[in-house]
Design a protein around this ligand. Structure first.
Ligand SMILES: Nc1ncnc2c1ncn2[C@@H]1O[C@H](COP(=O)(O)OP(=O)(O)OP(=O)(O)O)[C@@H](O)[C@H]1O
Length: 263
C-alpha cells in the first residue's frame, strides 16, 4: 500500500502571507457588504454552491447539469449584480493608494492645523444650514461626492455650480422653491447641482419611517463613494448615509466630524 501523501501540510512563510492576504480580502469584502442586500445575495450563491456539490456527489445528473449551466453564466451575473460593490471596492483601493495616503501624511506632518481649519470653514455653512433646516423642519438631502460623474448627475439634476453657502442651501430646500424636490449634490467644493433624482435603495430592513428621501440618500451611497446628509421634514432629525448604511439621530458635533472625515 502506498504511504499517504502529506505534502499539502507543508507550510512556509509564503503560505502564511497568502492566508493573511485572503483574510484581509475577506474582511474587506465583508465590511463593504455588511448590512446591505449583497449579504443575502452572497448567502444565496453559497447555498447554490453547496447544492451543486451535494447533487453532484449524489450523481443526480439532471440537477447537476442544470446547476452547473446556471453557474457557468454566474460570473457575468455576479458582475452585474455586484456592480455597486465592485465599484465601491475599486474606489476604496484607489483612495488608499500610496499617493493619496502620502498626501494625507504630508498634511498631517506639516499642515494639519491649516487643513483642519480649511475643512471646518468649508463644512460650517453646510452645518449651519442643517441647523436652520432642522429647526424649521425643512426636509433636505445633501449628497457629497468625491468624483462628480457628469453623466450620472447631469441627466437628472439642475446644474448650479455655485459656491457653498448657508443661504443658498436654505433657499434651495425652502418649501416653495422650485428646486426643493430632490437632492443637492456637492463636489469639488461647490454646489454642483440641485433637484437631483437619485436611485432608491432596495434595502427592506430600513426603519418604517424612512420614506423616499432617506431611501434616495442611502441608495446613492450604495452605488458610489457618495455620503448623504438627510434632514427629515417630519422630525427634523439628521441622518447620515455612507456605503449603504445609515446613522440616525446624528448630532451636529458628530456631523462635523463625519463630514470632516468624508468630505
Ligand atoms: N429618487 C429621489 N431622489 C431624490 N430625492 C427624492 C427622491 N424621491 C423623493 N425624494 C425627495 O423626498 C421627498 C419625499 O420625502 P418622503 O416624505 O417620502 O421622505 P422621508 O424619507 O419620509 O423623509 P421625511 O422625514 O423628510 O418625510 C420628496 O419631496 C423629494 O424631495
Amino acid at each position: 500500500m502506498k504511504g499517504l501523501d502529506f505534502d499539502f501540510l507543508k507550510f512556509n512563510w509564503l503560505d502564511a502571507i497568502d492566508i493573511v492576504l485572503v483574510a484581509i480580502l475577506v474582511y474587506y469584502i465583508y465590511s463593504l457588504v455588511r448590512n446591505t442586500l449583497a449579504v443575502n445575495l452572497i448567502l444565496g450563491m453559497f447555498i447554490i454552491l453547496i447544492a451543486y456539490y451535494v447533487v453532484s456527489s449524489l450523481h443526480m445528473n439532471l440537477l447537476t447539469a442544470i446547476i452547473s449551466k446556471f453557474m457557468s453564466v454566474g460570473i457575468i451575473a455576479l458582475v452585474i449584480i455586484f456592480q455597486p460593490e465592485i465599484r465601491r471596492f475599486l474606489l476604496h483601493i484607489g483612495k488608499s493608494t500610496f499617493l493619496q495616503k502620502n498626501k494625507a501624511w504630508w498634511g498631517r506632518l506639516f499642515g494639519s492645523k491649516d487643513i483642519e481649519r480649511d475643512n471646518l470653514l468649508r463644512i460650517k455653512p453646510i452645518i449651519d444650514a442643517c441647523k436652520t433646516m432642522k429647526k424649521t423642519r425643512t426636509g433636505a438631502l445633501i449628497v457629497f461626492v468625491k468624483y462628480y460623474d457628469e453623466e450620472f448627475f447631469t441627466n437628472s439634476c439642475e446644474v448650479i455650480d455655485g459656491k457653498i453657502s448657508k443661504r443658498l442651501l436654505e433657499s434651495i430646500f425652502q418649501k416653495h422653491s422650485p428646486l426643493h424636490d430632490g437632492a443637492v449634490v456637492i463636489s469639488e467644493n461647490k454646489i454642483k447641482s440641485a433637484s437631483c433624482i437619485l436611485p432608491l435603495t432596495d434595502n427592506d430592513k430600513l426603519p418604517p419611517q424612512f420614506g423616499l428621501r432617506h431611501r434616495a440618500g442611502i441608495g446613492v451611497s450604495e452605488l458610489s463613494d457618495a455620503v448623504a446628509v438627510i434632514v427629515s421634514e417630519e422630525t427634523g432629525e439628521i441622518a447620515y448615509a455612507k456605503q449603504g448604511r445609515v446613522r440616525m439621530n446624528v448630532s451636529f458635533g458628530e456631523l462635523e466630524k463625519l463630514l470632516n472625515k468624508d468630505f
